[in-house]
Design a protein around this ligand. Structure first.
Ligand code: FAD
Ligand code: DHB
Length: 396
């Protein structure tokens, strides 16, 4: 088989890049390790920036988002029990975010892929990249027991944090920056109406809590939990009791509980790999960087990487701007580091310290930071403009 671009991974990054390029007449093949059902079933992000929604529209998959997505013009931050609203719309001059689950984004993109006739191999095994710095790179893999060789001009590593693409960059060229946070998130999905019409991020002395949602009848809640806790430690009843204790009374008394549809534990990590390209290989999304989920940036950052690479490849193929190829990493990393900063800032502001030596001092710092940000026009604006998503860098 041959194609212009080989895409490794059919998460949101790979599917969106594939769809945009397919529309631009740049043919591509997607190789995914897992089954389509498995990829579709993973419950992850829920907040889309305007730039992400615009890009999905550009890819021709904006229809269902525009019908079913919920526009949020604000969010709440809570310290102990005092609630402060961040008015995204007013502070950013008409900005907002969209509530629409990653599962739905993936479903829409998978459908568009089928309709476009683009080739995808799910349950592809032993995917290996070859000659990524050569004239003609290629990818080998096994599918249904058959060996394949895919010749291509470029390769997009969209295979997430645990993928193999990043490991094709030699150690002496790749620099990794990492911070692992000393707590996890426990998430619960339920068919219950959200406790509040907007998202609520809570710093409580018992730990962080987040009230999110997928629709008017489906809620997503998260709790900060110790690294040592397992899912078995958290039957639904314990989750709801703990969430109630961390919410201000005005919210706790309105909380409607119900059976969980899904519960999962997520580690929190900041990680950036530099550079995001090597020869003909580009790293996109989680394959190149991980942010802790607190700022809702993971999926959105994947989308902005996709946008940058898409615009570069389109200009390279349609306007012969091959000079742009070498600029992908620099352009993408500027925005990556800003989102990494914001996610780290939100994580530090909202989680309780687990190091007893510093806990009392850190809590004072958090309170001072809260007081400052919530009572400063500049502070509020800074949180608002980062939350709705910083502008995309131009490719020209
Ligand atoms: P992925 O979605 O990870 O997709 C990569 C794909 O590559 C996968 O389908 C994988 O199976 C495939 N793959 C891996 N290795 C290979 C291989 N060798 N060959 C072929 N295919 C391969 N973000 C938020 O904004 N909010 C959240 O609440 C949130 N929660 C999260 C919870 C969890 C448990 C995780 C893991 C992530 C969460 N994220 C969240 C982050 C967000 O989901 C990711 O940023 C987003 O999925 C990135 O998309 P991606 O396509 O780059 O990577
Ligand atoms: C969700 C996840 C986040 O990390 C976040 O900041 C907001 C919402 C969610 O899954 O709904």
């Amino acid at each position: 088989i041959t194609c212009k671009l080989a895409i490794i991974g059919a998460g949101p990054s790979g599917l969106l890049l594939g769809q945009l390029l397919q529309q631009a007449g740049i043919d591509n093949v997607i190789l995914e390790k897992k089954s389509a059902e498995y990829v579709q079933g993973r419950i992850r992000a829920g907040v889309l920036e305007q730039g992400t929604v615009d890009l999905l529209r550009e890819a021709g998959v904006g229809h269902r988002i525009d019908m079913e997505g919920i526009v949020h013009e604000g969010l709440e931050l809570v310290f102990d029990s005092s609630r402060d609203r961040i008015d995204l719309k007013r502070l950013t001059g008409d900005g907002s975010v969209m509530i629409y689950g990653q599962t739905e984004v993936t479903r829409d993109l998978m459908e568009a892929r089928r309709a476009s006739g683009g080739a995808s191999f799910y349950e592809a095994e032993h995917v290996q990249l070859h000659d990524v710095t050569g004239v003609q790179p290629y990818v080998t893999f096994t599918h249904e027991g058959q060996p394949f060789r895919l010749a291509c001009e470029y390769i997009a590593g969209c295979d997430g944090y645990h993928g193999m693409s990043r490991h094709c960059i030699p150690k002496e060229i790749l620099t990794e920056y990492e911070r692992v946070y000393p707590f996890n998130w426990l998430g619960l999905l339920s068919d219950t109406p959200p406790v509040h019409h907007e998202l609520v991020y809570v710093n409580h002395e018992r730990g962080f809590a987040l009230c999110s949602q997928r629709s008017a009848s489906r809620s997503r809640y998260y709790l900060q939990v110790p690294l040592t806790d397992r899912l078995d430690d958290w039957p639904d009843s314990r989750f709801w009791d703990e969430l109630k204790r961390r919410l201000p009374q005005s919210l706790a008394e309105r909380l409607i509980i119900g059976a969980s549809l899904e519960k999962s534990i997520t580690p929190l990590r900041s990680y950036v790999a530099e550079p995001m390209q090597y020869g003909k290989l580009f790293l996109v999304g989680d394959a190149a960087h991980i942010v802790p989920p607190t700022g809702a940036k993971g999926l959105n950052l994947a989308a902005s990487d996709v946008c940058t690479l898409y615009r570069i490849l389109k200009k390279a193929y349609h306007e012969n701007r091959v000079d742009l190829i070498g600029r992908y990493s620099d352009i993408a990393l500027r925005r990556v580091w800003k989102a990494t900063r914001f996610s780290w800032f939100m994580t530090s502001l909202l989680h309780t310290s687990v190091t007893p030596d510093h806990a009392a001092f850190e809590r004072k710092m958090q309170r001072a930071e809260f007081d400052y940000y919530m009572n400063s026009a500049a502070g509020l604006k800074s949180i608002a403009e980062n939350y709705i998503g910083l502008p995309y860098d131009l490719v020209e």
